[in-house]
Design a protein around this ligand. Structure first.
Ligand SMILES: Nc1ccn([C@@H]2O[C@H](COP(=O)(O)OP(=O)(O)OP(=O)(O)O)[C@@H](O)[C@H]2O)c(=O)n1
Ligand SMILES: C[C@](O)(CO)[C@H](O)COP(=O)(O)O
Length: 391
């Protein structure tokens, strides 16, 4: 079943009363244009094959700027009409050549739809020609008359309709075409068009996050929430690699843990390849050289040194820049010893040295399938990745 997403973004956002040169769908929410956030949900969804956006003729430059990173994922935009229902119909007409089996019609003004919600709508379309995500009304509803309460409206059975609203493509295109023949017919959503035309629409569970951003206050609250939840600063990722020879001995030190073994790792320090690779990964995040630049093997002070100090030093360099280590991931590559029984002790040792929680540290291992110098047990290698937030 082919599924297209039709995103309507041709409104003026009058109720948000933003700067007229920038309707609400192009305003930044947590540092990204609202429309880009909306598109990202559909571009990442494995069940959606085509995405078409309907825009206002005055917004072409804004649209190009907001969607530059999606250019290869979306069809060329089409121009909308005066009312939402006109924009939807024009979008459906533009998709007619593609003839998708199903279409998901979504407001650009709902940037917080998520993959699970989109999946619920798509899944419901297996059994129904229409699917509408809804949530129950939870406030008591009042009728107003000239600033005074004129009555209470029973809320039982009332639902708040959201988007994406999913339909059999041919059915909803036919319904919109029919509705367009009578310009007095006004519909605020596509399920209303479907109801009017006689298309059966199933109800699926909506999402409280999937609010339509309508007023300036909605935009401000959404922006604040996104900024609070996003870690402030710049994310940096560093990588490291190290290898040491194996020689005569009875233990190896790997990721801060001494493991009895038939050989030992040779090196100027304790030759802990795991901590060395991770030290380089951390230094990489702040572009501060490598372990050899700070602790030269020619310097007698580091002879036999415990590699804890190298790792601690890299952590301190990051802290001095106001940075925070988010996560560390080490992969040890060796035939023996078996790493599994020592994995948690290694994670704990790294967490202690860097002041992290266990959940921020990963240690993995793999053999080299008996290939090459690692396979012949002439040496042990390690790779590491570290993630750091810098202010
Ligand atoms: N002629 C129109 C009117 C609305 N929309 C889109 O339909 C969605 C409905 O949300 P709404 O909050 O009604 O948007 P606006 O019409 O822009 O808002 P307002 O009514 O406050 O002007 C929005 O993504 C909007 O861009 C559209 O594509 N074409
Ligand atoms: C389609 C819709 O999002 C469903 O809730 C909504 O009706 C569109 O916005 P409007 O404010 O009704 O124009």
């Amino acid at each position: 079943m082919t599924v297209a997403a039709l995103i309507v973004a041709a409104g003026r956002g009058a109720r948000a009363s933003t700067d007229a040169s920038q309707p609400k769908q192009y305003c930044e929410i947590g540092g990204a244009p609202m429309l880009a956030r909306t598109l990202s949900v559909f571009a990442a969804h494995p069940g959606v094959q085509d995405i078409l956006v309907v825009i206002h003729p005055d917004d072409v430059a804004l649209y190009d700027a907001a969607t530059a990173s999606f250019a290869s994922d979306i069809l060329p935009a089409v121009l909308g009409g005066a009312r939402r229902q006109d924009s939807v119909r024009l979008g459906l007409e533009a998709l007619a050549d593609k003839a998708p089996a199903k279409v998901l019609i979504h407001d650009a003004a709902r940037p917080f739809a998520d993959e699970a919600l989109v999946s619920r709508v798509i899944d419901a379309l297996e059994a129904s020609p229409g699917a509408l995500p809804c949530l129950p009304v939870t406030d008591t509803l009042k009728r107003e008359d000239s600033g005074r309460v004129a009555g209470t409206v029973p809320r039982e059975g009332l639902l708040r309709a959201q988007t994406p609203q999913g339909f059999n493509f041919e059915a909803i295109l036919t319904a919109h075409r029919a509705a367009a023949r009578d310009s007095t017919l006004e519909f605020t959503d596509d399920t209303s068009v479907a109801e009017w035309f006689g298309i059966n629409v199933a109800i699926v569970e909506g999402s409280e996050h999937n609010r339509k951003l309508t007023t300036a206050e909605d935009l401000m609250i959404a922006d604040q929430l996104m900024r609070q939840s996003a870690p402030a600063g710049t994310m940096r990722v560093g990588s490291g690699y190290d290898v040491h020879r194996l020689g005569p001995g009875d233990a190896v030190t790997l990721c801060g843990v001494v493991i009895p073994h038939t050989r030992t790792l040779l090196g100027h320090s304790d030759a802990d390849v795991g901590l060395h690779a991770l030290t380089d990964a951390l230094l990489g995040t702040i572009a501060d050289g490598d372990i050899g630049a700070h602790f030269p093997p020619t310097d007698a002070r580091w002879r036999g040194a415990s590699s804890d100090m190298f790792l601690k030093d890299a952590g301190e360099r990051i802290a001095a820049l106001g940075g925070t280590i988010v996560h560390a991931d080490v992969t040890l590559i060796c035939e023996t010893p078996k790493i599994g029984p020592h994995r948690d002790a290694m994670r704990g040792a790294i967490a202690d040295i860097l002041g992290l929680s266990l959940g921020q540290v990963s240690v993995k291992a793999t053999t080299n399938e008996q290939l090459g110098f690692i396979g012949r047990e002439e040496g042990i290698a390690a790779m590491a990745t570290a993630t750091v937030m810098l202010p």
